[in-house]
Design a protein around this ligand. Structure first.
Ligand code: HSE
Length: 400
């Protein structure tokens, strides 16, 4: 019998208990032993709930119980999650977490502690919800040098962009729906400003580079400035607007950014809609691969957490090597990446061509006092100079 504890009985924690309850037989067969949730750590009591008798309020009860071999962390945030997880690893327990804030900030430290104590620290659910992308990078694609990752890694914003495109709903209404469905973070600013996606691409880049990428270094733009007018232009261009998290190899490092992009119809991420996530990976031997699935929500995320529990249970007493050094990676300047740019301005054609030379004009009936155009391919640093020369820019969205 393997006893586990769940720290944090919110959206994901309740999902973890539900997944283990529903699929108990098949999960236990895969592990080769029974699995039982012994403790649930939460500040609340959950009176009348069947799990009430398992509830504890002090994490030391779990850390000091030698019967508990595996701990699930689904609290969110860096503290107190970090203190609790560190204590569990130091007490010789393996840990899995769905908490990207914790992994992005403390991943290298917690992996090193796990190695020191001959246990494991896993975090499959921290990126892509139920999609097995971490295990793919750590176990399946290890023969490759990863040249590029390009992903839709935030379910809330993808759901919102899809609804705004398909139903013409407004921003606030769609955000409320996403929150009600349990996709959004407690503070949805992290979703809509791109910080959640920034943490996820920082985690993925740390894994492929083998060293620490600080999410604070990732250039991050969210979807708050995307309007119904942008969507009209996108439709006219046969493109969709998606919040992408991109990491591209540049020599020995990576250029990393999160921003809304205009994707063409033939791009594999074009039709990834709703709460779905997809992560496109290019390896130097493999070529292209794509991982697609449910990227947020209680049960999909809990499914990834419980898959980690199974993996941890199979490796009790054996540390699985994972390269993520704490030494910080200096990431490349994203402004040296070349692409085309869609621009909306109130300036006239003469001024546009004076600044940008040849451009492709995009006409929509609702343009009013503005002109929409697409530049030639150029580095972002060059775009910034030309845009400053033109002035009066209402919107810029990058082409992919
Ligand atoms: N708020 C996150 C999202 C949850 O919408 O993708 C999953 O990480």
């Amino acid at each position: 019998m393997i006893k586990i504890a769940v720290m944090g009985y919110g959206t994901i924690g309740t999902g973890v208990v539900q997944v283990i309850g529903t699929n108990q037989d098949s999960i236990c067969k895969k592990v080769g032993e029974e699995i039982e949730v012994k403790y649930i750590l939460d500040v609340r009591d959950f009176e009348g709930d069947p799990i009430q008798e398992k509830v504890v309020h002090d994490y030391q009860v779990i850390a000091n119980d030698p019967e508990v071999a595996i701990v699930v962390e689904t609290m969110g945030g860096v503290e107190p999650a970090y203190t609790f997880v560190k204590a569990m690893l130091l007490a010789g327990k393996s840990v899995t977490t769905s908490n990207k804030a914790l992994v992005a900030a403390k991943g290298a430290d917690l992996i090193a502690t796990a190695k020191e104590k001959n246990v494991n620290f896993m975090f499959e659910a921290s990126v892509g919800g139920g999609i097995p992308i971490i295990r793919a990078l750590n176990s399946c694609l290890t023969a490759d040098r990863i040249e590029e990752i390009c992903g839709i890694v935030n379910g809330t914003t993808n759901y919102m962009m899809t609804k705004m495109t398909e139903d013409g709903c407004d921003f606030d209404e769609v955000l409320k729906e996403a929150q009600a469905k349990g996709y959004a973070e407690k503070d949805p600013t992290a979703d809509i400003e791109g910080h959640d996606a920034g943490r996820k691409i920082a985690i993925l880049t740390s894994l492929i580079a083998g060293q620490q990428v600080d999410f604070e270094d990732v250039h991050t733009e969210g979807i708050t400035k995307i309007s119904a007018t942008d969507i009209l232009y996108a439709k006219k261009m046969d493109r969709s607007i998606k919040l992408l998290a991109i990491s591209k190899q540049v020599g020995e490092t990576y250029a990393v950014m999160v921003a809304p992009f205009l994707l063409p119809k033939d791009h594999p991420l074009f039709s990834v809609n709703g709460v779905f996530n997809a992560i496109f990976v290019r390896g130097n031997m493999l070529g292209d691969a794509m991982f697609y699935g449910s990227g947020a929500g209680s049960l999909p995320t809990a499914s990834a957490v419980v898959a980690d529990v199974v993996e941890l249970a199979k490796h009790i007493g054996k540390h699985i090597e994972l390269e993520w050094k704490s030494q910080k990676l200096t990431i490349a300047d994203y402004r040296q990446q070349a692409m085309r740019f869609f621009v909306r301005t109130t300036k006239d054609q003469a001024a546009i061509e004076n600044a940008f030379g040849n451009v492709e004009y995009i006409e929509v009936p609702q343009a009013g006092d503005e002109i929409g155009f697409v530049t030639q391919e150029m580095k972002e640093a060059e775009y910034e100079e030309k845009a400053a020369k033109l002035g009066a820019i209402r919107q810029m969205i990058r082409f992919h």
